[in-house]
Write a protein that binds this ligand. Structure first.
Ligand code: PEP
Ligand code: MN
Length: 337
């Protein structure tokens, strides 16, 4: 249920409505909006009687929320969520370009790439230090050393960093370095991890699971938001379908639907979504044309020598060429890059 306060409701009236929710053993989530404050309610198993709240001073209405996800839905919060991370901005008419290597490999590799993507117009540096690999025999990441190299690259370029957190054990360590914590596709429904992320005051980018429906994805986001961390970004990175010619099937058709269902910022990752470098630029262009809030692009100084995801990595020259197109399409979409 959602309590809609009157536009002139006082802080005392809002608190009294929250207390009425607590008195029922439920949790109130006040959501300030441009016109009025709304209060989402979670914890109830069945429907609630609207008059429990409509009789209170300052309450305009109490309406049921039709979706199983509540706090991430547009029904509960009509305005887009805007997330600011240093100079980068997700939502509110900006296009955030997250770029960098799949894995942090060497000091030279990450510093060179960071400087290059910054010069090309990226607003956030990506790089994995804890890598969830399909095979235990593949490169697993530099771990803390990788995080230190990312921090050095941030220092050198001013770019905030996004890096993956693989499990609850390493969360405290990764959170000490990261500006945005990335939850990988393989962890989208790692509920213990999601709960811990919900208790942090740090933005989280939640990648879509390999075979997850939109409903499952938004419910996973709800795990984080319901515990108090409202800064969640969704990232479409391709899903598993019958098609094996591409690494994944990039589901761009989901973007307008997500826009309608949720207020959270949306990012598209055409690198994992296609799996081959020649596919990345066209699908990044297409992603920007859907009006997303950000794109995530893997870039490597020498893709042939990359320790992970070399086939989908763009060279520096390819990244530069992509950015020319991204700027042009973003201008059509009235977005600032
Ligand atoms: C990554 O971003 O490097 C990554 C492992 O992505 P995903 O979880 O989407 O496979
Ligand atoms: Mn990768």
């Amino acid at each position: 249920m959602l309590i809609l306060m009157r536009s002139g409701a006082t802080p005392e009236q809002i608190e009294a409505a929250c207390q009425a929710v607590r008195d029922l053993g439920l949790t109130p989530h006040p959501i300030p909006g441009a016109m009025r404050t709304a209060i989402g309610i979670t914890g109830n198993r069945g429907a609630l009687e609207p008059s429990l709240f409509t009789r209170l001073d300052g309450v305009a209405d109490a309406v049921p929320v039709s979706q199983p996800y509540k706090l991430v839905s547009r029904e509960v919060k009509p305005e887009d969520t805007i997330i600011e991370v240093g100079p980068a901005r997700l939502g509110g008419g900006s296009l955030c370009v997250m770029a960098g290597p799949c894995s942090v490999e060497t000091r030279d590799q990450v510093l060179t790439t960071a400087a290059y993507v910054k010069a090309g117009g990226a607003t956030m540096l990506r790089g994995g230090a804890f890598k969830p690999r399909t095979s235990p025999y593949e490169f697993q990441g530099l771990r803390e050393e990788g995080l230190e190299l990312l921090a050095e690259a941030r220092e050198a370029t001013g770019l905030p960093i996004i890096t993956e957190v693989k499990d609850t054990e390493s969360l405290a360590l990764v959170a000490r370095y990261a500006d945005v914590l990335q939850v990988g596709a393989r962890n989208m429904q790692n509920f213990s991890l999601l709960e811990r992320l919900g208790d942090l005051d740090k933005p989280v980018m939640l990648k879509r699971g390999l075979a997850s429906t939109v409903k499952e994805w938004l419910m996973a986001a709800e795990y984080i938001v319901s515990r108090g961390n409202r800064r969640v970004i969704l990232c479409e990175r391709g899903i598993r379908t019958f098609e094996t010619a591409t690494r994944n099937t990039l589901d761009l058709g989901i973007v307008p639907l997500l826009r309608a269902q949720t207020h959270l910022p949306i990012v598209v990752d055409p690198s994992h979504g296609t799996g081959y470098a020649a596919g990345v630029t066209p699908m990044a262009r297409a992603a920007v044309a859907t009006g997303v809030d950000g794109i995530m692009i893997e870039v490597h100084p020498d893709p042939c020598k990359a320790l992970s995801d070399g086939p989908q990595a763009l060279t520096f020259a390819m990244f530069d060429a992509l950015m020319v197109d991204v700027r042009a399409i973003a201008a059509v979409m009235k977005q600032r890059v």
